[in-house]
Design a protein around this ligand. Structure first.
Ligand SMILES: Nc1ncnc2c1ncn2[C@@H]1O[C@H](COP(=O)(O)OP(=O)(O)OP(=O)(O)O)[C@@H](O)[C@H]1O
Ligand SMILES: [Mg+2]
Length: 298
């Protein structure tokens, strides 16, 4: 369920009311402190997040895993400023995004979102999609934005595809273009909600390499939701495992595998040990979610 219409999503993903100027911004530390979110559709309270706290260091790749429907997207949407929180506070670089007296964060170019289902404008080329945000925010002229868009697309291995429409390229290419479109806004934090969910293993592995290259270039803070435990460990500095609904932090696993990581890392002893640790914690929560579902059906 989501409160935003498709058009609102397309616009929010492409642009933002606040700019951050030129040059990569410093910072990107996120503090999520005792956050709760209760939805109230037609008077029926749904507690999606409860007393959830996480500290995310600037420049860290932070992976969030937890059972389906536990409240991960709800937390991400609160950070992005798409909806309010009920209790607690969220800070970016010690500045209050939302909290007491300000239940909803404003949307800003300092936090860019890449959605689960893709959100490129289908009637614009990849370069036009990437250039759209800085143009509508009047951060760049049309010519500057297009030049930067082509340059950034080339850095992401999409140099020959800037003039193509989303419908003319693969889903993997579209997804890479979306990340480029987020990064042209020079965010402090990139918020990714299962961006590679529907992809086959080979395409995913290309996406992972591309994202890690991007991360090495930008060192942007990444808040990344996934159900894929291998992906979580391969990409992350930390894996935050969250509980079944309502979402709160269950356990944090530090990924000590050195960077740069290659696919050989996947067969290392260290990787296997981390997989076991994460899998055990996630499995425990998945069982609880399943049992709760059974109770509701009974
Ligand atoms: N706008 C809404 N109004 C009421 N309830 C909602 C709304 N959005 C989400 N929920 C409920 O909040 C809970 C958490 O939803 P959320 O989408 O955050 O979970 P999730 O962990 O992202 O799930 P998934 O892994 O399937 O993506 C679910 O029970 C969902 O039905
Ligand atoms: Mg979700």
């Amino acid at each position: 369920m989501n409160q935003m219409t498709t058009n609102q999503k397309l616009h929010a993903a492409a642009t933002s009311p606040q700019g951050t100027g030129t040059g990569r911004p410093l910072g990107g530390a996120l503090s999520i402190r005792n956050v709760s979110k209760i939805y109230d559709p037609e008077g029926v309270n749904v507690c999606a997040v409860n007393d959830c706290s996480m500290e995310i260091v600037a420049g860290e790749v932070c992976m969030i895993v937890g059972p389906s429907g536990c409240g991960k997207t709800t937390l991400l949407n609160a950070i992005a400023g798409f909806h309010s929180i009920t209790h607690g506070e969220i800070l970016l670089d010690n500045q209050l995004l939302c909290g007491p007296g300000k239940p909803k964060a404003s949307q800003g170019a300092d936090r860019m979102v890449v959605f689960q289902n893709g959100a490129l404008f289908p009637w614009r080329t990849l370069a036009e999609n990437v250039a759209y945000g800085p143009i509508v925010q009047k951060k760049m002229t049309k010519a500057e934005a297009h030049e930067k868009a082509y340059h950034m697309l080339a850095e992401a291995g999409l140099g020959d595809f800037g003039d193509k429409y989303p419908g003319e390229v693969s889903s993997g290419m579209s997804r890479r273009a979306e990340i480029v479109r987020a990064l042209i806004n020079e965010p402090k934090v990139l918020l990714l909600d299962e961006p590679y969910r529907a992809m086959d293993a080979l395409t995913k592995s290309i996406m992972h390499e591309s994202l890690l290259e991007t991360y090495d270039r930008t060192k942007v803070t990444i808040f990344f939701i996934t159900h894929d435990l291998e992906e979580a460990i391969f990409l992350g500095d930390k894996v935050h495992i969250v509980t079944t609904r309502p979402c709160s932090l269950k356990k944090t696993v530090d990924v000590t595998i050195p960077r740069p990581r290659t696919y050989e890392s996947l067969s290392s002893e260290a990787f296997r040990t981390l997989m076991e640790e994460v899998n055990e914690a996630v499995h425990e929560e998945a069982v609880k979610a399943f049992q709760a579902g059974e109770r509701e059906l009974a």
